[in-house]
Design a protein around this ligand. Structure first.
Ligand SMILES: Cc1cc2nc3c(=O)[nH]c(=O)nc-3n(C[C@H](O)[C@H](O)[C@H](O)COP(=O)(O)O)c2cc1C
Length: 176
């Protein structure tokens, strides 16, 4: 197989076995808020503190995020499946109406809506964007954030949303 061959189903299935958290990225531009569900958010650098995520080129959020000065990320907890599906639904209303029925507060840095009850909130400033096939990879500096002390994450795994019930493995000396 050459590197120009399209990836087959097995390749895609293997990539989908990488479990990731699910978050809603929110941005407010010209007093109009927008939100989109992402599972591609990942920590990139500790110093400076950077996160990265990918948006499909067709995402209506892409140009807004690239042109904004800041945005917020609400990291979803295991009870927020409906929220994840809503902000992934292409038929949801645009602008402020898409947040009707959700509790939220403005991110103190960017003004973007931070969804109530989320596992964590992160405030970001975009710093770079890189072409990545049918997506763009966006890098952002973390300029604010806080977390709840409890709660389980919502996960994306094998093409589905999962409500996690994680059990921490106690630290101990490795014996091999
Ligand atoms: C669990 C989940 C994770 C998703 N992750 C991403 C992602 O990382 N990047 C992306 O571009 N779309 C992702 N999507 C799809 C978008 O949320 C969806 O296409 C959305 O309608 C795009 O909205 P927009 O066009 O208003 O930006 C995800 C959807 C779900 C359900």
């Amino acid at each position: 197989m050459s590197s120009s061959d399209p990836p087959d189903a097995a390749h895609r299935a293997a990539v989908r076995r990488v479990a990731t958290g699910v978050a809603v990225l929110t941005v407010e531009l010209a007093s109009t808020p927008h939100g989109v569900t992402v599972s591609s958010l990942t920590a990139v650098s500790r110093d400076p503190l950077l996160v990265g995520f990918c948006l499909h080129r067709s995402s209506s959020c892409l140009e807004i995020v690239k042109s904004c000065r800041g945005f917020a990320v609400s990291v979803l907890n295991a009870t927020q499946t409906t929220t994840a599906r809503w902000f992934a639904d292409p038929c949801r209303p645009r602008g402020r109406a898409q947040f009707d029925g959700f509790g939220w507060q403005p991110d103190p840095v960017s003004g973007a809506p931070v969804l109530a009850d989320s596992l964590a909130w992160i405030s970001c400033r975009p710093v770079a964007n890189i072409d990545a096939g049918d997506h763009e990879l966006l890098l952002a500096e973390v300029v604010g954030g806080s977390t709840r002390d409890d709660g389980q994450p919502l996960l994306s795994f094998a093409g589905q949303i999962h409500e996690a019930n994680l059990r921490a493995v106690p630290a101990r000396a490795t014996t091999r």
